[in-house]
Design a protein around this ligand. Structure first.
Ligand code: NAP
Ligand code: GCO
Length: 263
């Protein structure tokens, strides 16, 4: 028996047209799961579908904003009628706005909380009843180093991702008795469109100071790749993690463990 086998499982990965979500979806597919994803616009969903097709993955994509509860409910009803209840939910969709706190509008702050925290609540709330009926399920919340740390300009994101860590523990506490495991993954600094502005070389061709900083701050000495997250996601989606609940696993090249080099 392969304890990582996901054959026959339905996996919904939010915001998975590209980036970390796409890599996780590909990994869950390779382990046997049926892949369903959503994104904000038809254009992005179509781009995602093209990538899945190129990788020989028969994925189904929905246009759905995770902050819109009615739209999420419609998507989950449709998934349940076509494929059955969602067995694995990956709350991956997320945004960041890098703005110094005292310059940030309350609207911007609320939007980040809405997508990164409330969105995960809305989608989890919509799939949990189906999981209970089916006898269990797996929820994986994509947290962040900012579930533990702060830094300049990311107040809303850190507040949301810190909240997502606690939502993870609460779902584990509230539904663990119904055989639902809810865990989080805290990726380190991963090379995706979200972090592209932190990696772009300066006009004179020299590396971005944040790029240099991250390489020095990461014991592995490099940025992570979306593929680095896949093994942990498959583990948390599979029966191999059936007694693991409410944990956040940092997949960060060692950043959380490292105090940093003396300047
Ligand atoms: P990304 O490249 O920006 O991808 C995020 C995806 O979420 C995009 O497809 C985006 O769609 C979608 N999305 C945004 N708002 C949405 C909404 N309201 N409803 C549905 N979909 C929505 O980000 P990523 O770097 O792959 O990050 C994925 C997750 O990992 C995020 O939660 C992020 O915070 C987290 N994370 C990233 C890093 C990192 O270093 N990259 C590290 C730790 C945690 P659009 O294309 O339409 O915007
Ligand atoms: C930032 C980054 C981070 C990462 C990630 C770290 O501006 O500091 O974007 O927040 O994306 O979430 O785990």
């Amino acid at each position: 028996m392969n304890i990582f086998d996901l054959s026959g499982k339905v996996a919904l990965i939010t915001g998975a047209s590209y980036g970390i979500g796409y890599a996780i979806a590909k990994g869950l597919h390779d382990a046997g799961a049926k892949i369903v994803f959503n994104d904000l616009t038809q254009e992005i969903v179509d781009k995602g579908l093209e990538s899945y097709k190129k990788d020989n993955i028969d994925a189904t994509g929905y246009v759905c904003d995770i902050t819109d509860e009615n739209s999420v409910r419609d998507m989950i009803c449709d998934i349940e009628s076509r494929f059955g209840a969602v067995d694995i939910l990956v709350n991956n969709a997320g945004i960041i706005k890098r703005i110094p706190m005292c310059e940030m509008s309350v609207e911007d702050f609320r939007r980040v909380i809405d997508v990164d925290l409330t969105g995960a609540f809305i989608v989890s709330k919509a799939v949990i009843p189906g999981m209970i009926k089916r006898g269990g399920g797996k929820i994986i919340n994509i947290c962040s180093l900012m579930s533990e740390f702060g830094r300049e300009t990311v107040s809303a994101y850190a507040a949301a991702k810190g909240g997502l860590k606690m939502l993870t523990r609460n779902i584990a506490s509230e539904y663990g008795g119904m055989n639902i495991q809810c865990n989080g993954i805290g990726p380190g600094y991963i090379a995706t469109p979200q972090t592209a502005p932190l990696r772009e070389p300066l006009p004179d061709g020299s590396p971005h100071p944040f790029d240099t900083y991250i390489r020095a701050r990461t014991p592995a000495g490099r940025w992570g790749l979306p593929e680095d997250i896949v093994g942990t996601a498959v583990f948390l989606a599979s029966r191999a993690s059936d007694f693991v609940n409410g944990q956040i696993i940092y997949v960060d090249g060692g950043i959380v463990a490292y105090f940093g080099r003396q300047p």
